[in-house]
Design a protein around this ligand. Sequence first.
Ligand code: AMP
Length: 126
Amino acid sequence: MPVAGLGPYDAHNVFARILRGEIPCRKVYEDEHALAFHDINPQAPIHVLVIPKTPYVSLADFAASAPPPAIAGFFQAVAKVAKQLELEDPGYRILANMGADAHQEVPHFHVHIFGGRPLGPMLQQF
Ligand code: AMP
């Protein structure tokens, strides 16, 4: 479902349901700001999603509306997850899809962490 960058937030989206414990996830990490879990359709040997625990549609929404400590805590969590996954040495890629051109499917801001093999060029050729 393509989404606009800013609210309103749909409390029925799949990540909101995971946060409420209504559907399961393969949890990797959790703290007060963030939850990390394996992507259900991995695009690399390691493909983990990190989501804030608070309801923001996209990076645009999160950056505009979340309190700065929540923003800092979230991005610190992303780096902690990559370290916990032992990806710092070989390297990894983070990605956040925002809106229609990026094919954002889930309207709850999230960062993808990819790793576990050389990841190739940053984008498909166009
Ligand atoms: P995006 O296109 O950036 O919105 O990516 C959404 C991601 O969420 C995709 O990579 C999906 O495979 C993933 N996804 C959707 N539902 C689930 C789920 N229940 N558990 C884990 N990952 C999911």
